[in-house]
Design a protein around this ligand. Structure first.
Ligand code: 9MG
Length: 292
C-alpha cells in the first residue's frame, strides 16, 4: 500500500474542503465543443440556465464536493476561445451556481482576467491546466488568496498529442511540477494553497499515462494534495482496444479507484454518483486495518 499524506483541509473561499477522505470534483463544461456535453449545454445557452442548474443539482445530489466550471475545452486539438467569450461563459455560471449550491466551485482557466473575475463571482479553487504560466496568472492567483491546482501539460492542447516524448515520464512530470510550485511560492502563493496533478492525457501517450498511474505514489514527494482526472479520456479507449466516449465509465471507475488507492485526494470526473461509490471502496481498502 502507498503512504498517503493525511491531507489537510483547504480553505476554498471560506468553505473548508477536508481532504482526509477522497473528494469528487464534477466536470461542468460550459463550452460548445466539449466532448463531455456533446455540445448541448452551451448551444442551449440562452436557455441553458435551467440545464446548468439541472446538471449541477444532479451532481450535488450524487455527492459531489467540487463543481469544476470550464469555458474553454482542453481536449486534444481543441480551438482557443477569446477572453471575452470565456468570461461570458464562465462568470454567469459561477454567479448562478454560487447562489444556488453550498459546494466548492472551481474554475478551469489559465487566464488572469478570468481568475480575477471568477474569484469575485464566488470561485473557491483555481484549476489551471497550464499551472499559472500565462502572463499575469501567477499574480492574479496570488491576489485571490484561493487554492490552486497546478497540472502538468506538455505543450498546448492543439499539438500536445503529437508524438509526446519523455526521458522518464514520472521524473519529468515531478520536476516540472516542482518548478511550478517554486514559481508559485516565489509569487507569494502559500504552499498550503497548492495542489498538484500529473495531467493524464495532456501530452502523454497510453504508456506514459499507465506508468504515471502505476507510480503515482512518487508524486507524494512534493508533499501536496494530489488531484487526478481520467474520466472518459482516450487512455481508457486505448487501453481497452477501442471504446466510444459513452462506453468509458467502467474503465474510468477502475482508474480513479486505483488513483485513490495510491493516494489521490481529489478525482475529477463526469459521472459523480458512480465515482463516489468507487472511490469510497478504494479508500476503505486502502485504509483498512485489522483488529479483532
Ligand atoms: C480541465 N481538465 C481536463 N482534464 C483535467 C485533468 O486531468 N486535471 C485537471 N486538474 N483539470 C483538467
Amino acid at each position: 500500500m502507498s503512504s498517503v499524506n493525511p491531507g489537510p483541509a483547504l480553505d476554498c473561499a471560506g468553505r473548508l474542503l477536508d481532504l482526509s477522505s477522497p473528494r469528487v470534483m464534477g466536470v461542468l463544461n460550459v463550452t460548445p465543443d466539449s466532448f463531455s456535453d456533446g455540445g448541448t449545454l452551451y448551444e442551449d445557452a440562452a436557455l441553458s440556465r435551467d440545464r446548468l442548474l439541472q446538471r449541477a443539482s444532479a451532481m450535488v445530489e450524487a455527492g459531489v464536493d467540487i463543481l469544476d466550471i470550464g469555458g474553454e475545452s482542453t481536449r486534444p486539438g481543441a480551438a482557443r476561445v477569446s477572453l471575452q467569450e470565456e468570461l461570458d461563459r464562465v462568470i454567469p455560471a459561477v454567479e448562478l451556481l454560487a447562489a444556488e449550491f453550498d459546494v466548492v466551485l472551481s474554475v478551469d482557466t489559465s487566464s488572469a482576467e478570468v481568475i480575477t473575475a471568477a474569484a469575485a463571482a464566488g470561485m473557491g479553487l483555481i484549476n489551471d491546466v497550464r499551472s499559472l504560466t500565462r502572463p499575469g496568472a501567477l499574480a492574479a492567483a496570488a491576489a485571490t488568496g484561493l487554492p490552486v491546482c497546478l497540472m502538468h501539460m506538455r505543450q498546448e492542447p492543439d499539438v500536445m498529442q503529437k508524438a509526446p516524448h519523455y526521458q522518464d515520464v514520472v521524473a519529468d512530470v515531478l520536476e516540472w511540477l516542482q518548478q511550478r510550485v517554486d514559481a508559485c511560492v516565489a509569487a507569494g502563493i502559500d504552499r498550503a494553497r497548492l495542489l498538484v496533478d500529473p495531467g493524464f492525457g495532456f501530452g502523454k501517450n497510453l504508456q506514459h499515462n499507465l506508468v504515471l498511474l502505476n507510480r503515482l505514489e512518487a508524486l507524494h514527494a512534493l508533499g501536496l494534495p494530489l488531484l487526478v482526472g481520467m474520466s472518459r479520456k482516450t487512455m481508457i479507449s486505448a487501453a481497452l482496444g477501442g471504446r466510444d466516449t459513452s462506453q468509458r465509465l467502467p474503465g474510468g471507475l477502475a482508474l480513479h479507484a486505483i488513483a485513490v488507492f495510491k493516494g489521490a485526494h481529489i478525482v475529477r470526473v463526469h459521472d459523480v454518483a458512480e465515482t463516489v461509490d468507487a472511490v469510497r471502496i478504494a479508500a476503505a481498502v486502502r485504509d483498512a486495518t485489522h483488529h479483532d
